[in-house]
Design a protein around this ligand. Structure first.
Ligand code: IMP
Length: 175
């Protein structure tokens, strides 16, 4: 039976996400920001992050993406399955992602969002796996840098499972 090794426990995640929220609050003090969580993986991170935003007029709009691949590997072919509900033209935008792995998904996303002419656009990602970088992405707010392992929990899935875990873990298929 598969077992799960804890990579980053819930308390450590909460501590780091609170710090990221404080950093964003400082950078955007008194401004208006549209947070754009990329579904599904970032829904828990985004929900925690925005609760640590203070002194910033905060709105949220979701983007649903499907990236084609074989379970643990993306192909870089990305489809928007659910688009934003409002224009972001002239707005300060922060894209909220669960993980930047090869960077292919984020590159597609940033190119797409740029055509919508936001005033500024930054990236907040909970995780980054630099060992797998194929396209370098500037991550403005980064939670944790991790090794080349496939992680689950805190919103991240394997075959749509495990998103509910309050911590980040690594799945061992053989136990
Ligand atoms: P990229 O295009 O290779 O950067 O992959 C980005 C997407 O692949 C993420 O938004 C995740 O949905 C998924 N992904 C990449 N690595 C992992 C992982 O370790 N666990 C779960 N999902 C992952």
């Amino acid at each position: 039976m598969a077992t799960i090794d804890t990579l980053i426990d819930a308390a450590k995640i909460q501590e780091r996400v609170a710090e990221m929220g404080r950093e964003i609050s400082k950078d955007y003090a008194g401004k208006e920001v549209v947070f754009i969580p990329v579904l599904k993986g970032s829904f828990i991170f985004a929900a925690d992050l925005i609760r640590h935003i203070e002194g910033v007029t905060t709105s949220i709009d979701f983007l649903g993406l499907r990236s084609y691949g074989d379970g643990t590997e993306t192909s870089g072919v990305v489809q928007i399955t659910s688009d934003l509900t409002k224009s972001i033209e002239g707005k300060h935008v922060i894209i909220v992602e669960d993980i930047v792995d090869t960077g292919l998904t984020m590159e597609y996303l940033l190119d797409n969002m740029k055509t919508r002419q936001p005033a500024t656009m930054k990236v907040a990602s909970l995780l980054h796996k630099p060992a797998r970088t194929r396209i370098k992405i500037d991550i403005d707010y980064l939670g944790f840098t991790i090794d080349d392992v496939f992680v689950i929990g805190y919103g991240l899935d394997y075959a749509q499972n495990y998103r509910n875990l309050p911590y980040l873990g690594v799945l061992n298929p053989d136990g």
